[in-house]
Design a protein around this ligand. Structure first.
Ligand SMILES: [Zn+2]
Length: 357
């Protein structure tokens, strides 16, 4: 997994070793005649190594990944890069204009891969991205958040049958890994077809910056780069968290319409039949309990109290070693809180300034 001469040719640009370059890949025009393009930043290291793609906002309202990319490419440690980083902070450049998860034709771009040159708008954007970016890479990290009003515990999704992707998922260093089969039309699926291992990171919710999820994402990208030997080992190795794999997860759905008041928070360990919250009408009245269908860890939750019957409220991941997972999740959350408190105190929250090596 190395670049041949450590010189990358991408979309007509030649990026020599020990250099970085920003450019735009034209996607097309809006009907107002405004040109639309995907911004790309390439950092080519001094020596040969893997080509890693880090991309975000395939869903146009998922913003944490954009900030993760910004911090990675402006970090002090990226200067020691071996190999090549291709950073694409916004893939769905049409969706983000409308602050929308979807494309203007209401398609989900992450169901349009690998796309085609002559298909729908989504198919064309997907095809352009695969041909011009993904095919140049050896592996990739795709950054996501929960959907609108839905918050996700930092977690990695991967198909564990893919050994290289599984190793990247474990290296990322968040406590929860979801063994998620490949979905038709997803970027992960396109990577699978091309033999390019891709992991998906999920953290926080749409249209928000979530500092813990961003910090965990930046740390995760750096950990994967260390795993791929794209960075020299840390002089003072950082404490790493064991990751636990959930083979399945369930969304707990609203048993009735009304206003949902939750008792659960992200990272909570819950037992089967534990009370996750209650639903009542606008005048109060009968409180309908919402109970967990299984024991597990809360990995997703809605923040919108207005619910219709059947709507997804709380996402619970099932684990065999529940107590161990719960302890590691708690430790992970405390560690993040401490790091953020220290960063706020020193007013160095902008950029990843942790000077550990
Ligand atoms: Zn997403």
């Amino acid at each position: 997994m190395t670049t041949r001469r450590n010189q990358l040719e991408i979309f007509g640009q030649t990026i020599p070793p020990a250099s970085q370059h920003s450019f735009d890949i034209p996607v097309g025009r809006l009907y107002t005649r405004s040109d639309i393009s995907i911004p790309v930043h390439v950092i080519n290291g001094r020596s040969r190594g893997p080509v890693l793609l880090v991309c975000a906002a395939i869903h146009g309202d998922e913003l944490n990944g954009i900030e993760i990319v910004r911090r990675v490419i402006s970090s002090h440690w990226i200067q020691k890069l071996r190999g090549t980083l291709i950073a694409v902070p916004v893939v769905n450049v049409l969706g983000i204009i409308q602050r929308s998860r979807y494309l203007p034709d209401r398609r989900d771009l992450n169901r349009c891969f690998p796309g085609s040159e002559t298909g729908s708008l989504g198919a064309r954007v997907a095809n352009l991205f695969v041909q011009e970016i993904l095919r140049k890479c050896h592996c990739a990290i795709d950054l996501h958040t929960g959907a609108i009003h839905r918050d996700n515990l930092p977690q990695v999704r991967v198909h564990l049958d893919n050994e290289k992707a599984a190793a990247m998922a474990h290296a990322f260093g968040v406590p929860v890994i979801i063994d998620a089969p490949i979905r038709d039309g997803s970027l992960r699926g396109a990577g699978d077809d091309l033999g390019i291992p891709i992991i998906t990171y999920e953290g926080g919710e749409a249209l928000r910056f979530d500092e813990p999820a961003i910090k965990a994402g930046v740390d995760g990208v750096r950990n994967v780069m260390l795993h791929l030997s794209m960075l020299p080992p840390r002089k003072r190795p950082k404490k790493s968290f064991d990751s636990f794999v959930a083979k399945s997860s369930s969304w707990v759905r609203a048993p009735s319409d009304g206003l949902f008041r939750t008792h659960a928070t992200l990272g909570n360990a819950v037992e089967k039949d534990d009370l996750l919250g209650v639903i009542n009408g606008p005048l109060g009245g009968e409180e309908i309990p919402v109970r967990s269908p299984c024991s597990g860890i809360v990995i997703g939750i809605t923040h919108l109290p207005l619910v219709n019957e059947g709507e997804a409220l709380v996402h619970v991941a099932r684990f065999d070693a529940m107590a161990a997972v719960s302890n590691v999740v708690e430790e992970f959350q405390q560690e993040l809180d401490t790091a953020l408190a220290v960063a706020r105190e020193s007013l160095s929250i902008d950029g990843d300034q942790s000077a550990d090596d």
